[in-house]
Design a protein around this ligand. Structure first.
Ligand code: 5GP
Length: 195
């Protein structure tokens, strides 16, 4: 989706467990003016999550229809559920000339890159590998084999940082949120004079 305007689409992605959701929640709190896309998902709401605010919660048939009618900019399966970015609200937002933010996992970020090469891809990185390991381990009490598989996956996900335009380190949630908001309105490299 080439936007054809000065408005920029920014995608926040990164390994699971790095805290993307937390950073975006902080962005919403500190900068309520920032427009964040509301994804559709086939997973059930968690306590406190509101339909239309955190996600649009849909069933498999609805999700199939969205794919069939080209209603999604990108979509991916993650942990047994499907997640996707509705294209229409995003298109409308960018058409006004204002920036937009997506928070999605890596497969989706790669699809956005293909469809909109002008999109700015931001990778949220853990301060250290040890920090990510402790966050992933802290999520539950799975058997060691499951934890090991998750760590191998996290290593592969970290290796993807080279595909991104910018790396933001999640050393402090408020700081990372502010840095991200600064990037949303930064001029695209193609518009910087002298480049
Ligand atoms: P959760 O179920 O914890 O809310 O999200 C699981 C994963 O799905 C997170 O990594 C989140 O970034 C990702 N995600 C949320 N919405 C989308 C989306 O629209 N597309 C893709 N590809 N991933 C998404």
């Amino acid at each position: 989706m080439a936007t054809g305007t000065t408005a920029r689409l920014t995608v926040l992605s990164g390994p699971s467990g790095v805290g993307k959701g937390t950073v975006v929640a902080e962005v919403r709190k500190r900068h309520p003016d920032v427009w964040v896309s509301v994804s559709v998902t086939t997973r059930r709401p968690r306590p406190g999550e509101q339909d239309g605010v955190h996600y649009h919660f849909v069933d498999d048939a609805d999700f199939d229809r969205l794919i069939e009618h080209d209603g999604l900019l990108e979509w991916a399966e993650y942990a047994g559920h499907r997640y996707g970015t509705p294209v229409e609200p995003l298109r409308r937002r960018l058409a006004t000339g204002a920036p937009a933010l997506l928070e999605i996992e890596l497969q989706g970020a790669r699809q956005v890159r293909e469809r909109d090469p002008e999109a700015q891809l931001v990778f949220l990185a853990p301060p250290t590998w040890a920090e990510l390991v402790s966050r992933l381990a802290g999520r539950g009490s799975e058997p060691p084999a499951v934890q090991e598989r998750r760590l191998r996956l996290a290593q592969a996900e970290l290796d993807a940082s080279g595909e991104f335009d910018v790396v933001v380190v999640n050393d402090d949630v408020a700081r990372a949120a502010d840095e991200l908001v600064g990037l949303l309105t930064a001029p695209s490299p193609g518009l910087v004079p002298g480049e």
